[in-house]
Design a protein around this ligand. Structure first.
Ligand code: CA
Length: 492
């Protein structure tokens, strides 16, 4: 009798534990590389009119974050912020050549400890030469450096193999295979890292000519450089300027001729066309989750590691704090917690993802995280939120086209400064914009006496943000200036 009772109790206990485990939501984080905030179909003025029905569906059935920013607009530092919930000066991945520290906490590590099955599939891009498995992932597929649009050599859970095919589809196949073979009795956390739309852009053939008939003018801000710091003008003919080689789309440069717009047009069209393949991937994964009957119990997050300047302020690339560089798309689908069609207008950051996922999964707090969970503002439970945030970029001698950047953005104002790196006085002109009246950042108000008071407030608030976020003493490389040389081929 006793034995039967004990057995019943044990079985009850185990079914309770089992029930609890399966109720915990799964996590799917889809991360693209260099996707502008407006390069999604749901954006009111989508870039080149791109249509992304599958990403849009996530937004329609979930939450769209209209003001999502990265605190460092550069691949490795930003990726580390998404995973750890911390600023670059805290996690230490300050440039594109530093790996994610093995001991640094991340939301996948925390979820793995909490009993999740975890996997990383696709582009990792922290620690150029190393494709080995990083802590926190039960299953690991990645590669060295940037990978290739076709036939990338992956480290597939310890075995290196070249997999034929287009990157966006290859990683999708691998994600679908992993989902099918996982243990259905445990929740999962999967990070799917896309290469697209990172340059040099190679769209797949079916999308290569999709935008051939879309005109791509240089943006208005490309020629309004009066009042900007000199380094912005010095950058024009370089690898990261509109008159430069445009990642190889232009063979003869610098080229300031009006006809040179054709190279710029091809550059912008090919960039955009690679995103159509990502959208196909999102659709396939959605269908698969539905087939596996886990769609509604999976928190799906779609975002990108940084934005991308395509001609704004005469610039190509990211790294700066201008809007096209720091704005990224973000949508979250999780009907258990968020109403369909929710729109969040607050300024949300890369480092908010990890704390938010920790709250949604009930996995506790992530040690050291500096971001805020957006669960309250996205579910309507709270409207408490930050009113400003800190931006940081550190000069890279391998890409000598952007100085050190420190900046602050509020809902109305943005202030950027370019420290030399020796602790001495600023040697570049600063930038101050009213981002409500002047969202394209055409008029630098830093020399406008009428705004001297606002300038002083922003300077003081930046200093306070640096202190409060633990960034002082604020260390950074010495600014060696803007240079014409091209980056080494292997790191482009
Ligand atoms: Ca990137």
């Amino acid at each position: 009798m006793k034995t039967i009772l004990l057995a019943t109790m044990l079985s009850l206990l185990s079914s309770m534990t089992f029930g609890k485990l399966t109720e915990r939501p799964n996590v799917l984080f889809i991360l693209t590389d260099d996707q502008r905030g407006d390069a999604v179909g749901y954006h009111q003025q989508s870039f080149l009119g791109i249509e992304t029905p599958n990403i849009d569906r996530l937004a329609e059935e979930g939450v769209r974050f209209n003001n999502m920013f990265v605190t460092s607009s550069l691949c490795s530092p930003s990726r580390a912020s998404f995973l750890s919930g911390t600023y670059a000066h805290t996690h230490g991945v300050r440039d594109n050549f530093t790996d994610y520290p093995r001991a640094l906490e991340s939301f996948p590590m925390a979820l793995q400890r909490a009993g999740y099955q975890t996997a990383y599939i696709g582009k990792w891009h922290m620690g150029e030469a190393d494709d080995s498995r990083r802590p926190g992932y039960d299953y690991w597929v990645s590669h060295k450096g940037q990978g290739k649009y076709y036939d990338t050599t992956f480290n597939v859970d310890g075995e290196r193999k070249t997999i034929a095919g287009y990157y966006s589809h290859v990683v999708t196949d691998m994600a679908i295979d992993w989902l099918a073979q996982r243990d259905p009795n445990k929740p999962f956390a999967l990070v799917l890292g896309h290469k697209a739309p990172h340059g040099p852009f190679i769209p797949e053939p079916k999308y290569e000519h999709l935008y051939d008939n879309v005109a791509v003018p240089y943006p208005d801000s490309a020629f309004q450089l009066e009042g900007k710091p000199d380094w912005v003008k010095e950058r024009l003919p370089t690898w990261h300027g509109i008159y430069g080689p445009l990642y190889g789309f232009r063979k003869n440069y610098p080229d300031t001729r009006p006809e040179a717009i054709s190279d710029f047009e091809r550059f912008a069209r090919h960039y955009t066309a690679t995103i159509n393949s990502v959208d196909d991937s999102v659709g396939r994964i959605y269908t698969e989750l539905k087939k596996l009957a886990v769609l509604d119990n999976t928190i799906i997050v779609f975002s990108s590691d940084n934005g991308f300047l395509i001609g704004e302020h005469g610039m190509i690339d990211k790294r700066t704090m201008h809007e096209a560089s720091v704005r990224v798309p973000m949508v979250v689908r999780y009907p258990g917690r968020f109403k369909a069609g929710t729109v969040v207008e607050q300024q949300v950051l890369s480092l908010d993802l990890a704390p938010s996922l920790m709250e949604l999964t009930g996995a506790g707090e992530l040690p050291g995280a500096q971001g805020l969970s957006w669960v309250g503002i996205a579910s309507g439970a709270s409207d408490q939120w930050r009113d400003s945030w800190l931006y940081e970029y550190n000069y890279e001698k391998e890409f000598p086209y952007t100085p050190n950047v420190r900046g602050i953005r509020t809902g109305d104002w943005k202030y950027m400064q370019y420290p030399h790196g020796d602790g001495g006085p600023l040697r570049h002109k600063e930038e101050l914009y009213n981002v409500v009246n002047d969202p394209l950042e055409l008029t630098n108000l830093v020399d406008d006496k009428q705004h001297a008071g606002q300038l002083n407030i922003m300077r003081a608030n930046l200093t306070a943000l640096l202190i409060n976020s633990g960034a002082t003493p604020d260390q950074m490389p010495i600014d060696q200036g803007i240079k014409a040389e091209l980056p080494e081929e292997s790191i482009r």
